[in-house]
Write a protein that binds this ligand. Structure first.
Ligand code: FAD
Length: 367
């Protein structure tokens, strides 16, 4: 996809790339594109979905690498980005100089058309960040189980056990909601599943991608100094983590999208709340949390200002509910006891003392 321009990433309506009809105008017709895209990843692809203006209407185009006559479509790669991480995915700046492309969808419905792919790539971000956390937790457990410090292996020391178990819980909770969205995506014919996808993807994209950044750092710290050097995979996982949060709609954009969809499509809120309500009665802290959520939704004052608070409350409730409904009770209870408690610690390794860290670590190794 090539959407982002210098002046408009989140706000793609500010795009200035222009498309002019080659013969006739309208859906399915051939256009010629002139303009510049500040970000275009995987520029070696055979085709791109591109947003461009037609008579001040933002439309979507399928732009191939090669023209119908076998000549190269003039898409010039100006330079590759020098990025913090995500190095094995080439990202570039490109220029269209009379590049040919066919209009997809109706004229002026560019966002509505391209959002079908964007919604799936937002889901990809959930998968990617869940996978980063899964690998990070396992690397940390594996390393500490072979590292002896002060006469005992690290993974047997109470404080390290707390950190490792906490990382394992987070990774499993992330995977649980990612798989829940997979199930909904596989059943889009069911209107309730389709409605759930529209809110759940924003929540998952926002929350998992942000949690992965702190998570991969904490796993790196478990490995110590060797985790920080490039020979070890943890430094790479850490550098990879932030991109999933920034691209395909950054954190605030996910929050605003969620507010918009809940406001405009009331069936989405109903589907989401029905999903959460299935877990009512499983844990007193979850029940209390659901009450607080209901109050938060009733109050529309300053809702944009409070959007991250609501997003976080929803994410925690949904992760807990998913673990109780579909997951392992050991993890579900540990998640609720640690994440829904009013104590609100901010770092990993702050699980309450009654949690069976050995069992959680063992489960993470076996998975
Ligand atoms: C490695 C990488 C690869 C990329 N690949 C591609 C690609 O292939 N194709 C493509 O089209 N783009 C790509 N992008 C671009 C990416 O999608 C954008 O950078 C992203 O959408 C944010 O847009 P922006 O950079 O213009 O930031 P801005 O739109 O300027 O946003 C800056 C910040 O403001 C926040 N914000 C925006 N609006 C509001 C608001 N109303 N209220 C509060 N906060 C707000 C955003 O959440 C963000 O945190 C890539 C980016 C990266 C880092």
């Amino acid at each position: 996809m090539a959407m982002t321009e210098k002046q408009g990433g989140s706000d793609v309506r500010a795009n200035t790339t222009v498309a002019t009809p080659v013969h006739q105008s309208g859906a399915g017709e051939l256009y010629s594109l002139i303009g510049h895209k500040w970000f275009c990843s995987a520029p070696m692809c055979d085709a791109f979905l591109v947003l461009a203006q037609t008579n001040d209407k933002l439309s979507c185009f399928l732009v191939p690498r090669w023209r119908e006559d076998g000549t190269k479509n003039p898409i010039h790669i100006q330079r590759l980005k020098n990025k913090l991480g995500n190095k094995s995915n080439a990202s570039s700046e490109i220029e269209f100089r009379d590049a040919h492309g066919w209009m997809l969808g109706e004229e002026g419905h560019g966002v509505r058309t391209i959002i079908q792919m964007v919604a799936l790539t937002r889901y990809d971000c959930m998968i990617g960040s869940s996978a980063l956390m899964g690998q990070a937790a396992k690397e940390a457990i594996w390393h500490t189980s072979g590292r002896s410090v002060f006469g005992k292996n690290l993974h047997q020391q109470p404080l390290m056990k707390n950190v490792l178990a906490d990382l394992a819980i987070e990774a499993e909770a992330a995977l649980a909601i990612t798989m829940r969205v997979s199930h909904a995506l596989d059943n889009l014919d069911d209107p309730k599943q389709a409605a759930l996808v529209r809110s759940a993807t924003s929540i998952g994209k926002y929350w998992i991608c942000k949690r992965a950044i702190q998570h991969t750092f904490e796993a790196m710290e478990c490995v110590g100094g060797v985790g920080y050097v490039e020979e070890n995979v943890l430094s790479r996982l850490y550098r990879e983590a932030p991109v999933n949060s920034i691209w395909e709609g950054s954190g605030n954009v996910q929050c605003l999208d969620l507010l918009r969809v809940l406001h405009k499509e009331p069936e989405t809120l109903q589907a989401l709340m029905a999903e959460l309500e299935q877990a009512r009665g499983q844990h007193p802290l979850l029940d209390k949390h659901l009450e607080q959520l209901n109050v938060a939704f009733k109050d529309s004052e300053n809702i944009e200002m409070r959007a991250r608070q609501i997003m976080e409350q929803l994410a925690l409730a949904w992760q807990a509910a998913t673990l109780f409904i579909h997951g392992e009770p050991l993890i579900a209870h540990a998640f609720a006891d640690s994440r829904l408690s009013t104590q609100g610690f901010h770092q990993y390794g702050t699980l309450p003392c009654h949690i069976d860290c050995d069992a959680i670590i063992q489960r993470a190794i076996n998975q």
